[in-house]
Structure formats: structure tokens, C-alpha cells
Design a protein around this ligand. Structure first.
Ligand SMILES: Cc1ncc(C[n+]2csc(CCOP(=O)(O)OP(=O)(O)O)c2C)c(N)n1
Ligand SMILES: [Mg+2]
Length: 338
């Protein structure tokens, strides 16, 4: 693991409570998504972020939300929630309802909200990586000081287009942070089976890009490291590659047969000890920030909120059949001469 940022100050109780609430929001939202899937309320694919919460909470609290750009693959609910997209709109999208972020046309893998500078939600592994480089190119071209967080999986780090994007980013000084969410698995396979060199952070080095490996299970350390790197990229206008070590507790998708194929129950249980939420709870206790009762009360409050989110999303109507072409064709006049 790379050198870690030293705490400049202890986080305030309010800050700690915020991270706790955000991680619980993601955990319970995702559990409800799996429930929705099993109820037949969500079609297509369903990839949840359970176990990886500290990673997104650390990074998305280190940027100028709604101004800096964020783009990711299909495991995208957490990023949207943390950027402030209404959870009811996210759940409605997952259920294919009119109230969804894309009026139910996109589904779980394609949450999108341009107004919050959330560029999605993409289903083709590696496909969005050059789009993220493009967002950073726009910042370079316009001379604004935005940074782009370009999240990708360990599996996606094997795609050729990643290296093309790194090359252009290194060459053109693009303010893009490539965040490899190394959750130890791609689809039906483990890191050691798919990567010739499992130290994925090193993949930025041939392109003269600063690169390091970080702990993604400790939300406080994640936030410190993320802030340090975001500030550096904003100041220096150069790209960065980080490999964040995390663990996917859920199956790859809701229909994944993970136990029989590529991991054991024992391995899963061993990793439960790293659970980022339990880790923060331990800190909350040690620093006397929160009593057990308060933690339980927050947990219950968030569960209740998510139950309500689910009910509201379920009450949103399905799209009308006659609107099937809505958003497919542009009604903009083509520019003259083109
Ligand atoms: C180009 C392409 N190939 C294959 C797939 C099928 N597929 C979906 S997810 C996935 C694994 C990706 O793993 P990783 O990048 O580690 O992301 P994670 O699911 O762990 O978040 C694969 C192979 C796809 N969607 N797109
Ligand atoms: Mg993965």
C-alpha cells in the first residue's frame, strides 16, 4: 500500500456521522434493490455496491459535487446517491418507472443525471473510460479547473481502451483520476485468474502518470487520500491512477452463483471482518462519538427511509407505450450547411 495521508486533524463528530449515514444509506438501498429484483420489480441486471461503500463515500466527499465530473460503470447506484440524486428517482429508474432518472428507459446500469455532473452509469466493460477522459479533456480545453473521477473495475482495467485513455491523458495533461475499484472479482472470476500482474496501480506508470494503491475499507483513510489526490490533480492539471482495495460481498449480479464458482463461504466470512461500516462503528465507539443506541437509531431511521423510497418508486407508473420514441430522436434542427 502506498504511503497514506496522515490525519491533519481528527474528523468532527458531524463529519463522522455524515459518513456513517451515507454508508448506511448505500447499504440499505442496495439491499432493497436486491429485494426488488427478487420480487420481479426490477428487470435486466442488478449490481450492488455492498462492501464497497467507504470507497465511494471517501471520493465523492472530496470533490466539488455537481461541478466536478463523475463517471462510472454499471455498479452505479452509490455514486448517484452520493451526488444527491433523489433516491426515489434512482429506485424508480431501477424499477423501470416514469419517475426514474431516465424515465425508466435506462435501468440499474444507466443511472444518469447531467444536472449533477453525473455522466453515468455504463454497461459495456471499459466503454466509459475514454468518455471520462473526454470530460477531462473538456476541462483542459475550456480552461476550467474541474477534475473528473473516472471509476472502473479491476476487470475493466484489462480492456485495451484503458491504455489508450491513459496515453492521451498523460500526453495531454488531462485532469482525470482513474479509480480502479479492485473488489477482487470480475464476472465469475477472481483477480488472480484475470490479471497477469495483480498490482493494478502499476498500469499508470508506463504513461508517466502518478499511481498508487490505497485502502478502500477504511472510510476515514479513504477520504484523506482521496482529498490529497483530488487537490493535487486540480492544482497540477495532470492525471492520476489509483487502485483502491475493496471487497464485493454480494454476487457479481443478483443472479450470480459466486459460492460454487470462485469463492468459499470461509473467504466471505473472513472478509466480513473488513466491513467498512463495522470499522467506522468501532471508531465511533473508541472516540466516544456515538452510543450503541444512537447507532441503532440511525440504522433504523435509514431502513425506514429506504422502505419509504421503495414504496414511492413502486407507486410510480410504468412508461406509456405510446412514448416509446421519446428521447430517441432529437427535435433540434440540424445546423445549416451540415
Ligand atoms: C465489453 C464487455 N465484455 C463483457 C461484459 C460482461 N461483463 C459484465 S460485468 C463484467 C466484469 C467486470 O468486472 P469489473 O470490471 O471488475 O467490475 P465489477 O463488476 O467488479 O464492479 C463482465 C465481463 C460486458 N458488459 N462488456
Ligand atoms: Mg471487480
Amino acid at each position: 500500500m502506498a504511503k497514506q495521508a496522515e490525519p491533519k486533524h481528527l474528523e468532527s463528530p458531524a463529519e463522522l456521522e455524515q459518513y456513517y449515514r451515507e454508508m448506511l444509506l448505500i447499504r440499505h438501498f442496495e439491499e432493497k434493490c436486491n429485494f426488488a429484483y427478487r420480487q420481479g420489480k426490477a428487470g435486466g441486471y442488478m449490481h450492488v455496491y455492498i462492501g464497497m461503500e467507504a470507497l465511494a463515500v471517501g471520493w465523492l466527499n472530496s470533490i466539488r459535487k455537481g461541478d466536478d465530473w463523475v463517471i462510472t460503470a454499471y455498479r452505479d447506484h452509490a455514486h448517484a446517491l452520493l451526488l444527491g440524486v433523489d433516491p426515489v428517482a434512482v429506485m424508480s429508474e431501477i424499477m423501470g418507472r416514469q419517475g426514474g432518472t431516465s424515465h425508466g428507459r435506462g435501468g440499474s446500469m444507466h443511472i444518469y443525471d447531467a444536472s449533477r455532473h453525473f455522466a453515468g452509469g455504463w454497461g459495456i466493460v471499459g466503454g466509459h473510460i475514454p468518455l471520462g477522459a473526454g470530460l477531462a479533456f473538456a476541462s483542459r480545453y475550456r480552461g476550467d479547473d474541474r477534475v473528473t473521477l473516472n471509476f472502473l473495475g479491476d476487470g475493466a482495467a484489462n480492456q485495451g481502451v484503458f491504455y489508450e485513455s491513459l496515453n492521451m491523458s498523460g500526453l495531454w495533461d488531462l485532469p482525470c483520476i482513474y479509480i480502479i475499484e479492485n473488489n477482487e472479482f470480475a464476472m465469475g472470476t477472481r483477480l488472480e485468474y484475470h490479471a497477469a500482474d495483480t498490482e493494478l496501480y502499476k498500469r499508470g506508470l508506463p504513461f508517466d502518470i502518478k499511481s498508487e494503491r490505497l485502502d478502500g475499507m477504511d472510510v476515514l483513510q479513504m477520504k484523506r487520500d482521496a482529498q490529497r489526490i483530488v487537490d493535487w490533480v486540480r492544482q497540477n492539471g495532470r492525471p492520476y491512477v489509483v487502485e483502491v482495495m475493496t471487497y464485493r460481498y454480494a454476487g457479481h449480479g443478483a443472479a450470480d452463483n459466486d459460492r460454487q464458482l470462485y469463492r468459499s463461504k470461509e473467504e466471505e466470512e473472513r472478509n466480513m471482518e473488513r466491513d467498512p461500516i463495522h470499522r467506522l462503528e468501532k471508531i465511533l465507539r473508541e472516540r466516544n462519538v456515538m452510543t450503541e443506541e444512537k447507532m441503532e437509531a440511525i440504522d433504523a431511521e435509514i431502513r425506514e427511509r429506504i422502505d419509504h423510497v421503495y414504496e414511492q418508486a413502486d407507486a410510480s407508473p410504468l412508461p406509456n407505450v405510446e412514448d416509446v420514441y421519446e428521447g430517441v430522436y432529437s427535435d433540434m434542427e440540424p445546423e445549416k450547411g451540415h
